[in-house]
Ligand binder design. Structure first.
Ligand code: HEC
Length: 92
């Protein structure tokens, strides 16, 4: 099921990575909501505190695209990635 759109997803991650850079308007509060709903069952936010937000966004884009191994597939929009990375790296 996850693999069906693999090629399409790989094509779109290249486009996303081309736009790799500072997020214009990351919203850590929205990111907290996403993290609590989608990530907290497995992750402690404190583990990511102080990490580089841009690097974390890059990692998350690769996980969403399926090009980086992860426990389960993640479905996040670019905006959600920016928000959740802002929240995670702030540790709050
Ligand atoms: C079902 C459990 C589970 C959920 C839900 C989950 N993760 Fe993970 N995640 C893991 C495990 C286990 C690893 C480490 C092993 C691996 O990569 O498979 C990991 C690894 C990661 C890494 C890589 C860490 C590194 O240093 O390379 C990131 C980033 C990450 N998760 C972010 C998230 C985010 C953001 C969410 C929510 C949107 C999320 N994960 C949801 C289990 C989970």
């Amino acid at each position: 099921m996850i693999k069906i759109n693999h090629l399409v997803v790989l094509a779109s991650v290249s486009a996303m990575l081309a736009g790799y850079g500072p997020a214009a308007s990351a919203d850590a509060a929205a990111g907290k909501a996403t993290f609590t709903t989608a990530c907290a069952e497995c992750h402690d936010v404190a583990d990511f505190e102080g990490e580089d937000a841009a690097a974390l966004r890059g990692t998350l884009k690769q996980i969403v695209a399926g090009s980086q191994k992860h426990k389960e597939a993640l479905q996040l929009t670019d905006a959600q990635i920016a928000d959740v990375a802002a929240y995670m790296t702030s540790g709050k």
